[in-house]
Design a protein around this ligand. Structure first.
Ligand code: G6P
Length: 611
């Protein structure tokens, strides 16, 4: 995700900001910038697309002087990576500069309102709205202005603000996006992440939601949303730099697994504007949706598994035939593309060569082409056009094995299924509303599902020396099993295969014997009895069964499995998203127990840009 730094003290701000930004570069970014208030209270901004070196080169010849400033590394969400879209953003007069992490969900409404008041926008970002808003509200106190603006902003934000009218202060605020504040004698700092602060101070305050702070050279004041000063306690950070980069987690993969509740929210929020029949986010008209004859979902690896999930949910809800295909197969298969066919490319990176080639082929043959991507401005999103790209907003994924990107791709499949069902008249408004409410509740349930981590660790330590693991499930649970088997083999190098539970007896059962491990995912009540009879076949061959099961199905499963991991109860279409979490944790814990290089598995690359 984007990175924020800020400094006020007795030294030149620019080198300190740049050092902080370089400490945050591990998070991934596509542009960077700084804003510094000089000794006369004039605000100077420098920004550059691409690597930090580009910004450094700019500063080498023209470094703004001054001892108050903010800096930012941007990972694009609204608007492509460019100099203009890079932060800091300013108001029309250029006296207020803002850096921002998160997503301002009501940016459209605010932008229209501010434009009607004469504000001229120069970027495509949601952040620029904040700069103009602060400027129009300002009446002499940035503290009061920021508090007022916070009451008007919807969504998530960590904000750093400097203002030429108050050159002796640095302002910050947060809501659902992390921000830490640090201090040492004569200087104060802000940062989105601890690594940016460690070379200056280990004494930090973690701002809470809806808190703001005013930093001066003398110290820090923290305020609640009503403007009353709050007592704050400094926390002494013991982490070394490497664990600080991982937010205190042992690996990026684990950090990203834990980021899934937030990622689920970030994917859903822009597609949930309160009006249940508003599907403007979907790049399809009602007429196109109604006429759809077929959908092809094409991708590689984990993204293909999200496509498999999409096939089940879209067919179920929207009643359109869906084919999920592997991109490297699709592109060479002389695919048949009919009239009224929708092609969906799914790719975390938006750079995968086979997926790109498959979508070009589909386009050439006349399909309507859209994409689900995580990286804004990636090749695939440019190829289909921004308007035809559904961004997952999972934030940068650093571990090679995909977790949070997969989770949000799967959620996007659900959202597409629901939208198409509604547009095609295949679902009642009540049912659509019920599902939407359930989707909104997913982040909290995902948080609960994460609580099984320790139990999974214990389980993995008892089976970590297994040489083979089978994953079985039916329906959506089969789609999950495919991903679970891929995850396990990617990070732990354990030979793992997934089978539709009903398919076991057609061959793979020959491999079952005393001591084999089988992981069964059970989230579908309608298929429960069938799956249980498969478990009996498995156990009769002496295999050990771990069941990942919905807690409301526990009573039926308890005697049928050797080990049980429960996930919160949820709707049949949503429970699989919660089952993903223990399956990911299983792969992670196995890899750790086996001493594997979790974040950088052998032979794998995060993004495969060659055939
Ligand atoms: C590589 C990665 C996989 C990923 C696949 C597709 O093989 O190792 O984790 O699922 O590419 O990547 P994409 O960026 O297109 O989703």
């Amino acid at each position: 995700m984007c990175g924020i730094v800020g400094y006020i003290g007795g030294q030149e701000a620019c080198p300190i900001l740049m050092e902080g930004l370089s400490r945050l570069s591990y998070r991934g970014y596509d542009s960077a910038g700084v804003a510094v208030l000089d000794a006369h209270g004039k605000l100077n901004i420098r920004k550059a697309k691409g690597r930090l070196e580009n910004l450094e080169a700019l500063l080498a010849s023209d470094m703004p002087g001054g001892s108050v400033g903010i800096g930012h590394t941007r990972w694009a969400t609204h608007g492509e990576p460019s100099d203009l879209n890079a932060h800091p953003h300013t108001d029309v007069k250029g006296g207020i500069a803002v850096v921002h992490n998160g997503i301002i969900e009501n940016h459209d409404t605010l932008r229209r309102h501010l434009q009607s008041q004469g504000c001229v926008f120069v970027s495509q970002t949601d952040t620029e709205v904040v700069a103009h808003l602060l400027s129009t509200l300002y009446q002499g106190s940035m503290k009061d202005t920021l508090l007022k603006a916070m009451g008007m902003l919807e969504g998530s934000y960590a904000l750093g603000v400097v203002c030429d009218q108050e050159p002796g202060a640095l302002f910050c605020a947060r809501h659902e996006s992390p921000l830490v504040v640090g201090a040492k004698a004569g200087a104060s700092f802000i940062a989105s992440d601890i690594p940016a602060l460690l070379s200056h101070t280990r004494d930090v305050i973690f701002l809470q939601d809806k808190e703001m702070a005013v930093l001066t050279r003398e110290g820090i004041q923290v305020y609640d949303p009503f403007g009353s000063q709050r007592q704050h306690t400094f926390y002494h950070v013991e982490w070394d730099l490497s664990s600080a980069e991982k937010g205190g987690y042992a690996h990026y993969m684990l950090k990203e697994i834990h980021e899934q509740p937030t990622a689920l929210h970030s994917t859903f929020a822009p597609r949930n504007n309160g009006n249940q029949h508003d599907y403007r986010w979907l790049p399809l008209t009602q007429e196109e949706a109604g006429k759809l004859k077929k959908i092809s979902i094409v991708a590689c690896g984990t993204a293909y598994h999200a496509g498999m999930f999409g096939k089940y949910v879209i067919e179920k809800l929207a009643r359109v035939p869906v084919m999920a295909d592997i991109a490297s197969e699709y592109r060479y298969r002389d695919p048949i593309i009919g009239a009224d066919e929708l092609f969906i490319a799914v790719s975390q990176s938006g750079e995968t060569a086979d997926t790109l080639a498959a979508l070009r082929e589909a386009k050439r043959r006349g399909a309507k082409v859209i994409a689900i991507c995580n990286v804004v401005g990636s090749t695939i999103s440019r190829e289909v056009g921004e308007a035809n790209t559904l961004y997952t907003y999972a934030g940068p994924e650093i571990a090679v094995a995909s977790t949070k990107a997969y989770m949000t791709q799967v959620e996007m499949m659900l959202l597409i299924a629901l939208a198409l069902a509604d547009l095609r008249g295949e679902i009642t408004p009540d049912e659509a509303e019920r599902l939407r409410t359930e989707i909104a509740a997913l982040p909290a349930k995902a948080e609960q599902a994460l609580a099984i981590e320790e139990k999974m660790q214990r389980f993995a330590s008892t089976v970590s020396q297994k040489k083979h693991v089978f994953f079985v499930g039916r329906g959506l649970d089969y789609a999950l099993s495919l991903e679970a088997a891929l995850k396990l083999k990617e990070v732990s190098y354990v030979f793992s295969e997934a089978y539709a539970a009903g398919e076991l007896k057609h061959g793979p059962i020959a491999l079952l014997q005393e001591g084999r491990l089988v992981v069964a995912t059970i989230t579908q009540p309608a298929l429960l009895d069938k799956t249980l009879s498969n478990l009996r076949e498995i156990k009769a061959r002496g295999a050990r069964v771990l069941a990942i099961c919905r807690e409301d199905l526990e009573a039926k499963v308890v005697g049928e499995a050797d080990d049980l991991i429960l996930i919160p109860a949820a709707d049949d279409l949503l429970a699989p998203l919660l089952a993903v979490i223990p399956l990911q944790l299983f792969a992670y814990c196995m890899a750790v127990a086996r001493g594997c290089d979790v974040d950088k598995p052998r032979n794998l690359a995060k993004s495969v840009t060659v055939e």
